[in-house]
Ligand binder design. Structure first.
Ligand code: KIV
Length: 271
């Protein structure tokens, strides 16, 4: 008898097939066991353990402080919850840019210590050696182009990227290079919708957009943003499906009142 659960898991091949038949890919971030369990059971295709954990979980202003140890902790928590989705983990800032051996070692640690299925890495031509080395070790790699938050101090702004022709051409070339190197997909963040559509047409691997319009192969959002937990962040591309911050505040206010007024616990809620 097999000890493994009999469930149809999403793989990188599944995503490729979805692109081929025009079925859109739904991806969300998660960083902990309980939320990952809920999201996975709701039929999400891909869960990204994003280094946005730096913002949502740790309260840092940027993603730069995130460490490999923290990413592995979050990823392992998510992996324990997931039966269906493909789990992709961000390599954090400073763990792959130095040289390709360091990049491979970082990717191996994520795969070995968290049990995740793939890694994501920001950048194009400048990190091609790292991408090749990681893929040559049998680790699936997802690229990330456009607004790459780990380079925020180089950009100086979280504004839309690749509006100028030169940067747009470079982005298309990078996307083609990532496909050639063997990446199984690419996240395109905050670029003009027409450019994202062109990339999705010109490369054969799935293109997942965030602030990149609808003519791509799938969408990704940060879970805390789409559930309305984060309130201060309101870019144009974000759709909030819940206002969880208000719901949590109302529930906690009610609890505080009940405790103060001895409405909780009731007779039925004690032994
Ligand atoms: O870290 C993250 O959550 C991401 C998404 C914004 C794509 O990279």
């Amino acid at each position: 008898m097999s000890v493994h659960k009999e469930v149809k898991r999403v793989t990188t091949l599944t995503l490729q097939e979805m692109k081929q038949r025009g079925e859109k890919i739904a991806m969300l971030t998660a960083y902990d066991y309980s939320m990952a369990k809920l999201i996975d059971a709701s039929g999400i295709d891909v869960i990204l353990v994003g280094d946005s954990a730096s913002n949502t979980m740790a309260g840092y202003e940027t993603t730069l402080p995130m460490t490999l140890d923290y990413m592995i902790y979050h990823a392992a928590s998510v992996v324990r919850a997931v039966n269906h989705a493909l789990v992709v983990v961000d390599l954090p800032f400073g763990t792959y840019q130095g040289n390709s051996i360091e990049a491979l070692n970082s990717a191996i640690r994520v795969m070995k210590e968290s049990g995740a299925h793939a890694i994501k890495i920001e950048g194009g031509q400048e990190i091609q050696e790292s991408i090749s080395r990681i893929i040559s070790a049998g680790i699936p790699v997802m690229g990330h182009l456009g607004l790459t938050p780990q380079s925020i101090f180089k950009f100086g702004t979280y504004g839309v990227r690749a509006k100028e022709e030169k940067e747009a051409e470079r982005l298309i070339a990078d996307a083609k290079l990532l496909e050639e190197l063997g990446c199984f997909g690419i996240v395109l963040e905050k670029i003009p919708a027409t450019l994202a559509a062109k990339v999705a047409q010109e490369v054969n691997i799935p293109i997942i957009g965030i602030g990149a319009g609808s003519e791509v192969d799938g969408q990704v959002l940060v879970m805390h943003d789409m559930l309305g937990i984060t309130q201060e962040f309101a870019p144009r591309f974000l759709r909030r499906y819940l206002n969880l911050a208000d719901e949590i505040k109302t529930a906690v206010n009610q609890y505080v009142d009940d405790v103060k007024n001895v409405n909780f616990p009731s007779e039925k809620e004690q032994y």
